[in-house]
Ligand binder design. Structure first.
Ligand SMILES: C[S@@+](CC[C@H](N)C(=O)[O-])C[C@H]1O[C@@H](n2cnc3c(N)ncnc32)[C@H](O)[C@@H]1O
Length: 278
């Protein structure tokens, strides 16, 4: 049995270099995680509002309370199955193959006829075998020199076991960002917010995030009791929108297939409502 944690303990997390998410994700913050974790103040509740594959969560030491949230129901169902039914998920992959035919079969399959475990297995298969983790419009990934991302057999067991362990005390939510922020806001909550980038609002599906949501998000963040860290692309429109908060910049390198000619590529703006000493 794990030792009981005092529910009032404040922690300042540290970076765990060996922590890994279960997958890449469009806009996933594996490269930015260390910078964000180093900026975290002491808090009781760590609340990741636009969770995706949760790279920051998986690379930080645990906080007293933790929440991961996303509006994507397939993704959140997968988190729940990682947390509660890892063996059943593993079983779904026992006789699985990595092939274009299987990819196309699963892509065409409708979720409505599946159990939660089958739904999680389908989503995980597509996520790990598609190009660029773009699971909203997946295309099969095959590369002459690279191994497939999806692990099977003992390798999959190792991955699932690590993810299962890390999620043991994480609260998993499937809310719109505004509902979650209002529900979780306390003086000792730290929100990490990683919404779609400005100009990329539709990347994660239709009608879940729009340009106007940046204004709504800003207004909400102006009035919260807790602290926040928000990461966005560093462009003048974003600086203007969030003027009045604290700005920090970081240059990261996106993958080769991103638009290298775009001068703003890889320039991250990290926005906080508290000062960070140099
Ligand atoms: C940039 S990604 C997050 C990546 C994540 N930080 C990682 O490291 O993998 C943005 C996420 O926001 C989610 N999202 C978009 N609109 C949302 C909304 N209205 N409420 C909650 N989540 C939303 C998307 O489904 C997507 O997973």
């Amino acid at each position: 049995m794990s030792p009981k944690t005092n529910p009032n303990t404040l922690t300042k997390p540290t970076y765990n270099a060996s922590g890994r998410s279960f997958s890449g994700w469009l806009g996933g913050k594996s490269q930015l995680a260390r910078t964000i974790i180093d900026m975290m103040p002491e808090h009781k509740h760590y609340c990741e509002v636009f969770g995706g594959a949760g790279w920051v969560l998986f690379k930080k030491s645990t906080s007293t309370l933790e929440t991961i949230n996303d509006v994507n129901g397939d993704l959140i169902n997968l988190y729940r199955v990682f947390k509660y039914h890892p063996e059943a998920l593993e079983k779904e992959f026992e006789t699985q193959l990595i092939s274009r035919e299987e990819f196309e079969r699963l892509k065409a399959e409708k979720n409505t006829s599946l159990t939660d475990i089958q739904r999680a297995a389908r989503f995980y298969y597509l996520l790990r075998t598609c190009f660029g983790a773009k699971v909203s419009e997946p295309n099969f990934f095959s590369h002459v020199e690279r191994q497939p991302h999806l692990k099977l057999g003992d390798d999959l067991k190792t991955v699932l076991s690590a993810i299962h362990q890390r999620l043991q005390r994480v609260n998993i939510e499937n809310r719109n960002y505004d509902v979650l922020i209002q529900k979780m806001d306390r003086e000792d909550t730290l929100f990490y917010l990683d919404p779609p980038y400005y100009n990329c609002e539709k990347y994660y599906g239709k009608d879940i995030f729009s340009r106007d949501d940046f204004i709504k998000l800003r207004e909400l963040l102006k009035n919260i009791k807790g602290k926040f860290i928000l990461s966005l692309n560093d462009i003048p429109e974003v600086r203007e929108l969030f003027d009045g908060f604290y700005f920090h910049t970081k240059q990261i390198r996106w993958s080769l297939n991103s638009k290298a000619h775009d001068e703003n590529n890889g320039k991250e703006l990290i926005i906080t409502n508290y000062q960070i000493p140099d």
